[in-house]
Ligand binder design. Structure first.
Ligand code: DGY
Length: 340
C-alpha cells in the first residue's frame, strides 16, 4: 500500500501550475485559465515522451489524455525533484498511464468516470445496429449514385430483435449498453469478474456467464465494454474467435488492445465471424489495411464519447479533481486499480 500522497505546496493550493497536453473544449480551457496557472497546448500536437517528462518537472498537475503515453519516466522525473504531484486524466480509460509507476512515485491519478457512459453506450448501440443492418454500405451505395431503387432482395441484413447480446464487462458502460439493447429486443448475456446484484440482473433480465468461452459460443453479437488491463490484453484472440458462431458480430468501443488484430483480420477473412463494428484500434490512429478492406465491417474514429456535452462534463470533472486535491483532500475520481 502506497503511503499517503504528497500534499500540494502552498503555491499549488492557491494557483497550481497545470499543464494540459491537448486542446480541450473552449469553456473548459477558459475556466482552467481563471483557476490555475495553466499551460495549454495550442497546437494540439501530442507531446513526445520527453516533453511529457519535462512537463512533470515544472508543473504541479499534468492533464493528459488517451493519446499520451504517460510512461514511468514521467513519474520518475516527478519523483526525482520534479514538481508534479497529481495526474488528472481527461478521459475514463487510464491504460495509457503507468499506474504502478504513479503509485511508486506516490502521485495520485484521477479520471472522468460516469459522464461519458451514455454517449459511449449510444455509440455501441449504433454499431450494434449498423453492422447487421449494413448501414455504412447502404450510405455508400446512395452516395455512389449507383443505387437502382428499392428491390425485394436489396440490401438485406440481419434482424436485431430476438438475438442474444453478450456483454463482456458489466461496468457502467456495459450496463448502459444492456439497458438500450433490451429496448431493441435483444436478450442480455454477460461475462464479468463479479456477478451483478440480483436486483440489477433482474432489471436487465441478464444471464451471467462465469465462463467467457461458453458465452462466446452461445451469443449472436458480442460487445466489449471492459477496461484494457494486463488481464484483458488480447482477451479475444484466435481461440476465442474459433468459439464464436459464424453469424456472430463483434463490437469494440472499449480499447483496441483487448482484441488481437491479427486474429480479428483472420476471422473476418475466413468467415469465422460475420462482421465487426469498431470504434477503437490496437495501434491508433493506424488502422490495419485488412480491416479497411474487409466487408461487413463498420469503422469509426474513436468517437464514443465525442459529444459537446460529454467533453464539457469531462473537463469539469478534471477541474473538480484538481480543485479538491489543491484544497488538500482526496480527489473524487482517484483511480485505485485500473478503471474506477
Ligand atoms: C476514454 O475516456 O477513455 C475515451 O476512450 C476517450 O474519450
Amino acid at each position: 500500500m502506497a503511503s499517503r500522497s504528497a500534499r500540494p505546496s502552498r503555491a499549488a493550493q492557491t494557483r497550481p501550475k497545470v499543464i494540459v497536453t491537448r486542446r480541450l473544449p473552449q469553456a473548459v480551457e477558459a475556466r482552467m485559465a481563471e483557476l490555475f496557472d495553466v499551460e495549454l497546448n495550442l497546437d494540439d500536437v501530442a507531446m513526445t515522451p520527453e516533453a511529457l517528462a519535462a512537463a512533470a518537472a515544472r508543473c504541479d498537475v499534468l492533464v493528459p489524455t488517451v493519446t499520451d503515453h504517460v510512461h514511468s519516466g514521467v513519474f520518475a522525473a516527478a519523483a526525482a525533484g520534479g514538481r508534479m504531484k497529481l495526474c488528472a486524466n481527461f478521459g475514463v480509460g487510464v491504460d495509457h498511464i503507468d499506474l504502478a509507476a504513479a503509485r511508486a512515485a506516490n502521485i495520485p491519478v484521477t479520471n472522468t468516470p460516469g459522464v461519458l457512459t451514455d454517449d459511449t453506450a449510444d455509440m455501441v448501440m449504433a454499431l450494434i445496429l449498423s453492422v447487421p443492418r449494413r448501414l455504412a454500405e447502404g450510405e455508400k451505395l446512395v452516395r455512389s449514385g449507383e443505387w437502382q431503387g428499392w428491390a425485394p432482395t436489396g440490401m438485406l441484413g440481419h434482424r436485431i430483435t430476438g438475438k442474444r447480446l453478450g456483454v463482456v464487462g458489466m461496468g457502467r458502460i456495459g450496463r448502459a449498453v444492456a439497458a438500450r439493447a433490451r429496448a431493441f429486443g435483444l436478450t442480455i448475456h454477460y461475462h464479468n469478474r463479479h456477478r451483478l446484484p440480483g436486483e440489477l440482473e433482474g432489471e436487465l433480465e441478464a444471464t451471467w456467464w462465469d465462463n467467457l468461452d461458453a458465452m462466446l459460443a452461445r451469443v449472436d453479437i458480442i460487445t466489449l465494454n471492459c477496461p484494457h488491463t494486463p488481464e484483458t490484453h488480447h482477451l479475444i484472440g484466435a481461440r476465442q474467435f474459433g468459439l464464436m458462431q459464424r453469424h456472430a458480430y463483434i463490437i469494440n468501443a472499449a480499447r483496441g488492445e483487448i482484441v488481437e488484430t491479427e486474429a480479428l483480420c483472420a476471422a473476418l477473412a475466413k468467415g469465422t465471424i460475420a462482421g465487426a463494428g469498431l470504434d477503437v484500434y490496437e495501434h491508433e490512429p493506424a488502422v490495419d489495411p485488412r480491416l479497411l478492406a474487409a466487408p461487413g465491417v463498420v469503422l469509426l474514429p474513436h468517437m464514443g464519447s465525442a459529444t459537446f456535452e460529454g467533453r464539457q462534463a469531462m473537463g469539469e470533472k478534471v477541474i473538480a479533481n484538481i480543485r479538491v486535491w489543491a484544497d488538500g483532500h482526496r480527489p473524487p475520481d482517484q483511480v485505485l486499480e485500473g478503471w474506477a
